[in-house]
Write a protein that binds this ligand. Structure first.
Ligand SMILES: [Zn+2]
Length: 241
């Protein structure tokens, strides 16, 4: 059963075409196009940022936050940064509100495998690129607040800068799992033991020195989840600029 209209999502995305925005179809899976957006005002700007959403189809706040980001005026940011954006990695799941793709595969656990269409497309979309920072937007159906996973080569964390700003929107989830590696309240280290099966660890291994996964509670209203994602992104960019 269709929960969400992907063609409307794509329409909104395509309508954002501008001199600074290049929207490319990087592949098609089960008749759904997967896009990559390049947002840059000046190619000489050397700070490169990767933003991703929708790898889990039942977590629509990521794709929505990305649309909201692209719809606002980012010209001050474009003096410092260029962006590569993957707005919706798992369109099949997005439409049907399933975590997995059509074949029942959790794409965020499958980056060490080959011949998975969405994964091959995403790997190719970032291949050979270097990012100063990558943020991947998720939701957690059980969380009571926002929390983060972060990996940075020199342990220069920005999660602790972000959480006080998030608390203006809603609570941080301070609960800690047995295997969590805490950096601060609501900020955990991306566990090296996960290997490269997830998107963020994969990007950290091959394409970036700094990655972050942002988890917002599904129980929050969509606007609040979007605000939390964009606050995390904005604080991160402020710290990086
Ligand atoms: Zn997720």
């Amino acid at each position: 059963m269709a929960h969400r209209d992907y063609s409307r999502f794509v329409e909104r995305l395509i309508s954002l075409s501008s001199p600074c925005t290049r929207i490319e179809t990087v592949g098609v899976v089960d008749d759904y196009p997967i896009h990559r957006v390049l947002l840059a005002a000046d190619r000489r700007v050397d700070k490169n940022i990767l933003i991703a959403g929708g790898i889990h189809g039942d977590e629509p706040a990521g794709p929505s936050a990305i649309l909201r980001f692209l719809e606002r005026d980012n010209s001050p940011l474009l003096q410092h940064f260029k962006f590569l954006i993957l707005p919706c990695i798992n369109p099949y799941g997005y439409v049907r509100n399933t975590r997995e793709n059509k074949r029942g595969i959790d794409l965020n656990r499958s980056f060490e495998e080959s011949s998975i269409a969405e994964i091959d497309i995403i790997k190719k979309a970032v291949e050979g690129q270097r990012f100063d920072f990558c943020i991947d937007f998720h939701e957690d159906w059980e969380a009571k607040g926002v929390y983060f996973y972060e990996a940075q080569r020199e342990n220069r964390w920005i999660g602790p800068e972000i959480t006080p700003q998030i608390e203006k929107i809603g609570p941080i989830d301070r609960e800690m799992g047995e295997s969590d590696l805490p950096i601060a309240d609501g900020v955990f280290q991306t566990d090296p033991e996960w290997g490269n099966v997830g998107f963020a660890p994969y990007v950290f291994h091959f394409n970036a020195d700094h990655v972050m996964t942002c988890e917002t509670p599904t129980s929050w209203h969509m606007d609040r989840r979007i605000a939390a994602h964009l606050t995390a992104l904005d604080v991160a960019l402020e710290t990086l600029s």
